[in-house]
Ligand binder design. Structure first.
Ligand code: ALA
Length: 400
């Protein structure tokens, strides 16, 4: 991978050539092609979609639907209408959870894990409060991994929903989903896969996986903020209770009643994030043009270098040495992560510190906060050298 060439696609490096950006798990840098698509929409159309029939409106509708098609191809869905534009992975999960508030009952179980970020915990807690269903957690192994074995043992005839991260945003582990989805289906449960991290790192094939729902956000895949995807099997999405009502998601309306439109409109109430949705297409096409194998190989090589470099420092405690993608979560022993942050920030090194919206795994790690380095395609060994330099300064200041 030629990082210099890759960086030409990310205009932030023109404005901040010294930026060491290692926080792509929180939000990836934005592609030039994405910014251009947003600008193009506002400059050449600005029209609403699926409503008016004038030329600009028609073109915007075509572009919006083209983007849906590109995303359908990216995740290998069967039909375009299985791809719903939302405002992000969090909203997508909330939409699914909202539906099951009127489906589950006392005695039913929802299975999740301590590795989930809050977006895949809180909505299910809510469903349980409203329905009397129970929230169950799969036991993690000694490395805080979800194993296939533990998952298979946790699924039983009471399980109605299995909602799991595809890749943990704190530990970087890939969840073994294939057999688990099969078993869930055998007992009549549906499976939601949170692909918020996965979409920028590994090929997703919803047909091979056979998951029922899959969610992700645009901004973690070099796309804009404010847009995300809810994928669902057509048979399920056609019956999902809409989370919001209004706009073009209806078929007939009279004074007292309404009927719902067909997919995908029935789940896209109001004016959607048009520019952002259109701009998701170039993000997906960029990922495809580089190829997941190349992305993964590059990130893994920088990941290995990061681990080697961190190990040269005495006071570092790493929590996920066997991560499957480029996520390294660690602390400097005896120093709060937020205190380290200010040293890194001084050197223009951007990492995330804190609980990373995943308090449950931090409770398991017995750490209130950690430092997380997350690596993407535009990162180089020099970025890691810069990180190490800043960490050394922090260590000297706080410890030696
Ligand atoms: N899930 C996001 C992160 O990992 C917010 O930073």
């Amino acid at each position: 991978m030629n990082v210099i060439e890759i960086r030409k696609h990310f205009p932030i490096y023109e404005h901040q050539p010294h930026l060491t950006y290692l926080d792509s798990a929180a939000s990836a840098l934005k592609l030039n092609e994405v910014l251009e698509a947003i600008k193009h929409y506002y400059e050449t159309s600005s029209a609403n979609i699926m409503r008016s029939g004038f030329k600009n409106a028609y073109q915007s509708t075509l572009d919006y639907e083209h983007s849906r098609h590109v995303i359908k191809q990216l995740i290998h869905a069967t039909y375009d209408e299985e791809v719903i534009f939302t405002k992000g992975a969090t909203q997508s999960i909330n939409m699914v959870a909202h539906h099951y508030e009127s489906v589950l009952q006392k005695g039913d179980e929802i299975l999740i894990s301590h590795l989930e970020h809050h977006a895949n915990i809180l909505p299910w807690q809510n469903v349980c409060k409203k329905t009397g269903a129970s929230l169950k957690y799969v036991a993690l192994d000694q490395h805080f991994k979800i194993t296939e074995d533990a998952l298979l043992k946790s699924i039983n005839e009471r399980t109605k929903i299995v909602a799991l991260t595809y890749i943990s945003n704190v530990m970087g582990y890939i969840t073994p989903l294939q057999k688990v989805i099969q078993k869930a289906h055998e007992v009549g449960a549906v499976v939601l896969v949170d692909a918020a991290q996965a979409v920028a790192h590994i090929e997703i094939n919803v047909q091979t996986l056979d998951c029922d729902y899959l969610v992700f956000s645009g901004h973690k895949m070099f796309g804009p903020t404010g847009v995300g995807i809810l994928y669902g099997k057509q048979t399920l999405l056609s019956h999902l209770t809409p989370f919001e009502l209004g706009g073009q998601m209806m078929d007939e309306v009279d004074e007292q009643h309404y009927t719902l439109a067909k997919l995908p409109a029935r789940l896209e109430a109001g004016t959607p994030p048009i520019a952002e949705a259109i701009a998701l297409a170039p993000a997906a096409m960029f990922i495809k043009s580089i190829g997941y194998n190349n992305i993964h190989a590059h990130i893994k090589s920088i990941h290995t270098y990061t681990l080697q470099s961190l190990k040269t420092l005495k006071d570092i405690e790493i929590y996920n040495e066997t991560a499957d993608i480029g996520i390294v979560t660690f602390n400097i022993r005896g120093v709060h992560a937020h205190d380290v942050q200010s040293f890194l920030s001084e050197e223009d090194v951007a990492v995330r510190t804190g609980h990373h919206c995943a308090k449950l795994i931090h409770q398991q790690l017995k750490q209130a906060a950690t430092i997380r380095v997350s690596i993407s395609i535009y990162n180089s060994k020099e970025d890691i050298d810069q990180l190490i330099k800043a960490l050394k300064q922090a260590i000297t200041f706080f410890i030696h």
